[in-house]
Write a protein of this length. Structure first.
Length: 602
C-alpha cells in the first residue's frame, strides 16, 4: 500500500498519538506500535536520571524527527493500519485489507471508490487488548429467526456490503451489514447489547493489533464492541519530571543524621527491646526528630512508597527552596530561578503577604515527559507497557520528549496554611472530595484532596486564567505542577505555573517577566476578584457536586476550569469556597479581597 506521509508535532507522539493510540490521518485509521518496532539508530536517547530512576532504570528515547520535506530515507515513526476491515464509499463493498495493484497495496476499491475503515472495533474489557471485528463471521451469526442453513454455510466472502437503510429507522439500526450471497441482513445495533460479541462466539486474541499472530497469550475476558475513536479506548499513563540539580530533601538529610549517630547501632541491635526505646529517645531529643521515626528507621520499615510522582516532587521542592533563598540566579544550565521574598510590611494586603512568602521567576526549565504505557476500556484494566519487545535482559525503552520553557513558582507559608486547614469546617469540606475519591474505582490515581491541595490547586487555575490575558500565552499552553502534600516527610505548599515547548530551545519571556512581585501580586488579586463572582452563581458557589464523578465542589467553566491538558488532574479536585470562603467555610485567602476593597474605599 502507498505509504502515508503525515507530520506530527513531537509532543503528540507521547499524547494523544502515542504507543497504542488510534489516530485518523487523511481518511485512514492508524495505530502506533510499541517501541520494540522503532528504529533505535534514529531515536536518540534523552537524559534525565531522576525520571529514569523512577522508571526502574528504563531507557528514554525521543521519537524520530526531521526538518523540512519528507523523503524516502527520512527518519519517521511507524504506524500500522487498523482496523483492517474497510468499506467502499461508492459501491458499499465490505472487505479486509487485501489485494495488490501492480505489485503495490492499494486503498482503492475495484470500482475506484475510496475505502473507509469500519467504525467499530473489539476491545477487551479487562486485558486492554484490541482487535478487529471479523464482519463476515459477525454477519452470519446470531440467534434470530434469520439464521437458516444457507446462512450458516455461506461462503460468499466477496458479497458483503455495508449499507445505510432508512426504512429500518435511524441510528445504529439503519447501519447494516448485508450479504448478497445468502441475503443475511444484520444491524449494528446488535453490537450494543452486553456480551453481544461473546454470545456470537468471538474470543479475545490476547494481543495488540500490531503484534504477530502467535504472540498473544490466552485471554478469558469478554470483548466489547466500541467505536474506534472512543476516549476510553486509550488511557495513557505518563510521568514527567523537571530537570533540576538533584537536591537532597530535608527528610533524607535527617535520616542520614539518624543513621550516623553514635548510638543508632545500639537501637538496631536491641531490635525493638526496652533499651532500643530508651536510646531512640536520646537520639530523637538530640536531633529534634520523633522517637517513632528513629525506631522505624532502625527496623528497616523505611521503604519508598509506590508514588513516583510524589517522590519526584520531593526533589523538585527541595531544589526550588534552595533557589528561592539565593536571590538572583547566575548558575546557568537548564534550571534558572530568581528568588524573591515577599515582605510583610509591603503595600499589599497583609492577608496575602502573610500567606504567600516567596516567588520564583523560573527563567529556564527543562521538563522530560515519558509514556509508561496505557490501558483500555477502564482505568482498572491491565496495564500494557510501551515496550512489548522480548526481555532478553535488556532495559525497557519508553517514548519521551524534552520540553524547554519558563514559569512562575509561588511558595506559601507552611505555618499559616497548617493553621487554616486544621479548622473543622475546612476539614469537613475537603472530606467530601476525599470520600468520593475513595469510592470511585479510578480516582485513587489522583492526589489526596486534602484542604491545602484543593485550595492551592484552585488558586493555580484562577491564576492560569488571568495569566492567559497578560502573558501572551493561551491558557492551553500553560501547565501547572502542585506541591501540596502533608503526608510527605517534608511538607509542601507551593504552585508552579509554566509553559514548555518541545520544538523550541526556549521561550520569549512573556510569562517569566510577570513573576516579579510587583507584577504577580496584582495579577493574583485580579484572579481572586474574577473568581469572587461566577456567572453561574449562586448555583456554583453553593454547589458541592460538579464535574466528572462529582469530584469538584464550587468550580465550573465560568470560574475555575481551564484546559484539561493544563491540569494535573484533568479539571478535578477544585473548590472556590476553600479559597475565598462561603457559607460557614473560611477560605485560605478569605480576607484578601475585603482588605483590598477597604483600601479602595478609603
Amino acid at each position: 500500500m502507498e505509504p502515508i506521509v503525515h507530520d506530527l508535532r513531537l509532543s503528540e507522539t507521547i499524547s494523544p498519538f502515542g504507543v497504542g493510540a488510534i489516530v485518523d490521518v487523511r481518511g485512514e485509521s492508524l495505530i502506533a506500535p510499541d517501541t520494540s518496532w522503532w528504529d533505535r539508530k534514529r531515536s536518540p536517547k534523552i537524559g534525565c536520571e531522576r525520571l529514569s530512576a523512577k522508571l526502574r532504570g528504563a531507557v528514554l528515547r525521543q521519537p524520530p524527527v526531521h526538518a523540512g520535506r519528507a523523503a524516502k530515507e527520512t527518519a519517521s515513526l511507524l504506524y500500522f493500519r487498523f482496523p483492517e476491515w474497510r468499506f467502499c464509499e461508492r459501491c458499499t463493498k465490505l472487505s479486509m485489507l487485501t489485494g495488490k495493484k501492480k505489485g503495490r497495496w492499494t486503498n482503492k476499491c475495484d470500482c475506484g471508490g475510496t475505502l473507509v475503515p469500519m467504525r467499530y472495533v473489539a476491545i477487551c474489557e479487562q486485558g486492554s487488548h484490541l482487535q478487529d471485528i471479523h464482519w463476515f463471521k459477525w454477519a452470519h451469526r446470531g440467534h434470530d429467526a434469520g439464521m437458516t442453513e444457507a446462512v450458516r454455510h455461506c461462503r460468499a466472502y466477496k458479497e458483503l456490503r455495508f449499507v445505510r437503510s432508512s426504512r429500518h429507522g435511524e441510528g445504529l439500526t439503519s447501519l447494516r451489514v448485508v450479504c448478497n450471497g445468502c441475503k443475511r441482513d444484520r444491524a449494528l445495533s446488535d453490537l450494543a447489547g452486553k456480551d453481544s460479541l461473546h454470545r456470537d462466539g468471538f474470543r479475545c486474541d490476547g494481543k495488540q493489533p500490531w503484534e504477530d499472530e502467535n504472540t498473544g497469550d490466552p485471554c478469558e475476558h469478554h470483548l466489547k464492541a466500541v467505536q474506534r475513536g472512543a476516549t476510553g479506548n486509550y488511557i495513557a499513563e505518563r510521568l514527567s519530571a523537571l530537570d533540576i540539580p538533584e537536591e537532597v530533601p530535608q527528610f533524607i538529610g535527617k535520616k542520614d543524621e539518624i543513621r550516623s549517630h553514635v548510638y543508632f547501632e545500639r537501637v538496631v541491635a536491641d531490635n525493638g527491646g526496652p533499651q532500643a526505646d530508651m536510646v531512640a529517645g536520646w537520639i530523637a531529643d538530640e536531633l529534634g526528630v520523633s522517637k517513632d521515626e528513629v525506631l522505624r528507621l532502625a527496623a528497616g520499615d523505611d521503604e519508598p512508597d509506590d508514588a513516583p510522582l510524589l517522590e519526584l516532587k520531593d526533589g523538585e521542592w527541595a531544589a526550588f527552596l534552595n533557589k528561592l533563598d539565593n536571590g538572583r540566579d547566575h548558575s546557568g544550565g537548564d534550571f534558572i530561578v530568581d528568588g524573591w521574598r515577599i515582605r510583610s510590611d509591603s503595600a499589599w494586603p497583609p492577608a496575602l503577604t502573610d500567606r504567600l512568602v516567596a516567588v520564583g521567576q523560573v527563567r529556564r526549565v527543562r521538563e522530560v515527559r515519558a509514556l509508561k504505557g496505557f490501558r483500555r476500556h477502564t482505568a482498572q484494566a491491565d496495564f500494557i507497557s510501551a515496550d512489548l519487545g522480548p526481555d532478553r535482559g535488556r532495559k525497557p525503552v519508553y517514548p519521551a520528549v524534552e520540553m524547554f520553557g519558563e514559569g512562575i513558582f509561588l511558595r506559601f507559608d507552611e505555618a499559616r496554611i497548617a493553621e487554616w486547614e486544621s479548622r473543622p469546617e475546612v476539614q469537613a469540606r475537603a472530606k467530601i472530595l476525599i470520600d468520593r475519591r475513595e469510592s470511585s474505582p479510578w480516582a485513587d490515581r489522583l492526589d489526596v484532596p486534602e484542604p491545602r491541595y484543593i485550595a492551592l490547586h484552585t488558586i493555580a487555575h484562577l491564576l492560569i486564567r488571568r495569566l492567559a490575558f497578560a502573558s501572551g500565552y493561551s491558557s492551553a499552553s500553560l501547565q501547572e505542577r502542585i506541591y501540596a502534600n502533608t503526608d510527605r516527610p517534608d511538607r509542601t505548599a507551593g504552585i508552579l505555573i509554566y509553559t514548555a515547548a518541545g520544538d523550541a530551545q526556549g521561550t520569549l519571556g512573556g510569562l517569566v517577566r510577570l513573576g516579579e512581585p510587583d507584577r504577580i501580586l496584582p495579577l493574583l488579586l485580579a484572579a481572586l476578584g474574577d473568581a469572587d463572582v461566577c456567572s453561574n452563581d449562586p448555583v456554583c458557589i453553593e454547589s458541592d457536586r460538579q464535574g466528572v464523578s462529582q469530584l469538584n465542589l464550587s468550580a465550573c467553566h465560568g470560574c475555575a476550569l481551564v484546559s484539561e491538558t493544563s491540569c494535573e488532574t484533568a479539571n478535578r479536585l477544585l473548590d472556590r469556597q476553600l479559597v475565598l470562603g462561603g457559607g460557614n467555610v473560611r477560605g485560605l485567602l478569605d480576607d484578601v479581597l475585603e482588605q483590598v476593597r477597604g483600601v479602595v474605599d478609603q
